[in-house]
Every structure is written in structure tokens, then in C-alpha cells.
Design a protein around this ligand. Structure first.
Ligand code: PLP
Length: 388
């Protein structure tokens, strides 16, 4: 039997990291000690105090039953109190917070709540692939918003054609940014609010990296912006700040109607997050041991190592203020793909071609800092030799 896949599946580009994993496997099968700088997944373990909390709650039978899909009230309260402490943003845990199975789940599902077939979703290019793919799955049409270094990787809303803006239902933004490591200030967020108000577009801010920042920089929440709650929601999770990507627990907060629409959709799809995992996340967000300062110091040392090495061999990069990524132009004469291939062939190192994040990533590559300083050092020395 040959089943014909639905168009929404056939229209999906292959998931970038699946292809990278295939390439790595081929090389490893040939005996090469491949070092992957390709995947943005924290290498360090979840802190012990969080694991201990989860283990304790594993033995508590009520946690073995279906959770509420919106999240336990105590979980939503922990998220709200963290927002208050961290950003000075007050949230109503009952109306303005919903749990997610990681923020990726909510990002992929939000277009289902607001897109009818043919509706437009504004998606930064380059950007996290889920914004566009989630849109396609919901029957919407992604419209690429160019983000370029000359504007600090912020979209220029003045370039969006009026008819596109009028058809747009959602705008995705993401600061600190994956893959470019760009950051945004409240002045930019104010521009976003004005644009969203004018065209009645729901702003979906992906704040996954707000806690991974350097030299005292504290990235703001979109919800700190006056009027943000009337037009937008923010996606976040414990994944990056507490090395918990595998646990699958996050949240959407902000505009009550949008948060509840997402919650209503989810009651028809999933049954929420395992309660023992919600307890672990509560602990992460409320225990002073959860302070990410030490984790950021580790990434900062790795960041310095990578940027300094690249600058020694011909690049001219500034050190990013946030995220665990280095985004850099490929050498003259190369495309993203040809440079990634050269580095894999000659150095046995995987870097991500910028085009994996959209056509706008052409001419760039991304290095992830999620491996030990020793391995990173080895990778950078191999790249140095390969490019001699
Ligand atoms: C890692 C990441 C996420 C978060 O993923 P979770 O589903 O919360 O683990 C969201 N957005 C971007 C841009 C990311 O890089």
C-alpha cells in the first residue's frame, strides 16, 4: 500500500537538523571524529535540585493521572511570579498563563488559533524554522520579513506591502535571536506594538533565550512594552536556562484571549505536561539555586574562545550579548552550503549553513556553543588548520 501524504506534509521542507544528523552519521561511519557545532541543545545536565524535585514527585500517585492541559494553577503561579521578579510584569495566572509542552509546541500551534486558509503570517528570514512550518501546517501562508545586519536583524515594517499587512494575522519575533544572536530593546518593541495595532496582528514573541546573556545584559520581555498585552503573547520555557530541553515544559503568557485560545486548542490535542515535570519547572523558577549566572559564565568563556579564534583567522566579529550562538559571514567566494561542506570535509566539524533558517541566511553560518570548551577548542583549531 502506498499512502499519499497530505499536501501540508509534502509542502514541509526537510527539517534542517535531520539532514545534519544524516551527514554526521555518514562521516562517523567512515571513522571521522566529527565535532558538531550544529545543534543548539545544552550539553550540561539539569541541576540536581531540579531532578530531586521531579524524583520526589514521581512517587506521588496523583501525578500519574492526566494533568490539566492549561497547567496546574501552582505552575501558572510560579511562571507569573517569575515574570514579576525578572521583568516587573504582572500576570494573572488564571487568564494570562498557559502551560506548553515546550515553547516549540505552542509556537507550532498558535497559527491554528488565528489563521484561516490563505491568511498570512509574518515570519522573520532568517529565523527559527517552526514559525513558517507551523504556519504551513495550519493552512496559512508565511510571508518572509527580511532581517539584515544593517538594522541589527530587526524587520523594517515600512517595507511590508499594505495588502500583506492587512491579510496578516500573526507576526513572529524572537529576541535574543536564534540564529543571529541579535538583541532588541524596548524602543524596537514599541515599533512592533504600533505596527500590530495598526493592522490588528497578534504579536508572538519567542523569548527562549532571555536568560542566556553576558556581561550583565538583561534582555527585556516583550510584555514590558506599554500596550504589548493588548496585541501580543510571549513564548518561553525552562529549556535553555536550566538545561531542560528534554523535559518538554514551557508556557505562553500575555494577551488573555490569545492565551486562552491556545489553551482551548490544546484541550483537543494534548493533555498537558506530566505533573512531576511541572513540579520540577516550578522548582527551577522559584529556587535561588536556579540563578543562571554561572551557566552564562560558562557560555561566555566558550563565546570568547570561538569569536577570538575566528577573529585571529580573518573574521571581524563582535561578541554577541546573548544566546549561545555565533552567527558569522562565510568567506568570500563561498555560499553557506559550500562553506559548511568545506568545514565538514576538511575539519570534520559541523557548522549550520545560514540557509537552514531561510533564504535570508545565505552567506552566513551558525556555530552553537553547546559543547565543552575542550571540544570547542579542538573544533576551532581544526577549522584554523583547514582554512590555512
Ligand atoms: C530552543 C528554542 C526554543 C525553545 O524550545 P522548547 O520547545 O521550549 O524546548 C524556541 N525558540 C527558539 C528560537 C529556540 O531556539
Amino acid at each position: 500500500m502506498k499512502f499519499v501524504e497530505a499536501e501540508r506534509i509534502r509542502n514541509l521542507p526537510p527539517y534542517l537538523f535531520a539532514r545534519i544528523e544524516q551527514l554526521i552519521e555518514q562521516k562517523r561511519a567512515n571513522g571521522v571524529d566529527v565535532i558538531s557545532l550544529g545543534i543548539g541543545d545544552p550539553d550540561l545536565p539539569t541541576p540536581k535540585f531540579i531532578i530531586d524535585e521531579a524524583v520526589k514527585e514521581l512517587y506521588n500517585p496523583p501525578n500519574h493521572q492526566y494533568p490539566s492541559s492549561a497547567g496546574m494553577l501552582s505552575y501558572r503561579e510560579a511562571v507569573a511570579s517569575w515574570y514579576n521578579r525578572r521583568f516587573g510584569v504582572e500576570l494573572d495566572p488564571k487568564r494570562e498563563v498557559v502551560s506548553l509542552i515546550g515553547s516549540k509546541e505552542g509556537i507550532a500551534h498558535i497559527p491554528w488559533c488565528y489563521c484561516n486558509p490563505g491568511d498570512v503570517v509574518l515570519v522573520p528570514d532568517p529565523g527559527y524554522p517552526v514559525y513558517g512550518q507551523g504556519t504551513i501546517l495550519a493552512g496559512g501562508i508565511p510571508y518572509s520579513l527580511a532581517v539584515t545586519p544593517d538594522r541589527g536583524y530587526k524587520p523594517d515594517f515600512g517595507t511590508v506591502p499594505k495588502d500583506v499587512a492587512q491579510k496578516a494575522k500573526i507576526l513572529f519575533i524572537n529576541y535574543p535571536n536564534n540564529p543571529t544572536a541579535a538583541t532588541a530593546d524596548l524602543a524596537f518593541f514599541e515599533e512592533v506594538v504600533a505596527f500590530a495595532r495598526k493592522y490588528e496582528i497578534l504579536v508572538c514573541h519567542d523569548a527562549a533565550y532571555s536568560e542566556i546573556a553576558y556581561e550583565g545584559y538583561k534582555p527585556p520581555s516583550f510584555l514590558e512594552t506599554p500596550g504589548a498585552r493588548e496585541v501580543g503573547i510571549e513564548f518561553h520555557s525552562v529549556s535553555k536556562a536550566y538545561n531542560m530541553t528534554g523535559w518538554r515544559v514551557g508556557w505562553a503568557v500575555g494577551n488573555a484571549d490569545a492565551v486562552q485560545a491556545l489553551g482551548r486548542l490544546k484541550t483537543n490535542i494534548d493533555s498537558g505536561v506530566f505533573q512531576a515535570v511541572q513540579y520540577a519547572a516550578i522548582r527551577a523558577l522559584t529556587d535561588p539555586q536556579g540563578d543562571p549566572t554561572e551557566l552564562c559564565a560558562i557560555y561566555q568563556a566558550r563565546r570568547n574562545l570561538v569569536v577570538n579564534t575566528l577573529n585571529e583567522i580573518g573574521w571581524n566579529l563582535e561578541k554577541p550579548k546573548a544566546t549561545f550562538y555565533i552567527w558569522a559571514p562565510v568567506p568570500a567566494g563561498h555560499t553557506s552550503a559550500s562553506f559548511a561542506e568545506l568545514v565538514l570535509e576538511n575539519a570534520g566539524v559541523v557548522i549550520t549553513p545560514g540557509t537552514g533558517y531561510g533564504a535570508g541566511g545565505e552567506g552566513y553560518f551558525r556555530i552553537s556553543l553547546t559543547l565543552s570548551e575542550q571540544r570547542l577548542n579542538e573544533a576551532m583549531e581544526r577549522i584554523r588548520s583547514a582554512l590555512k
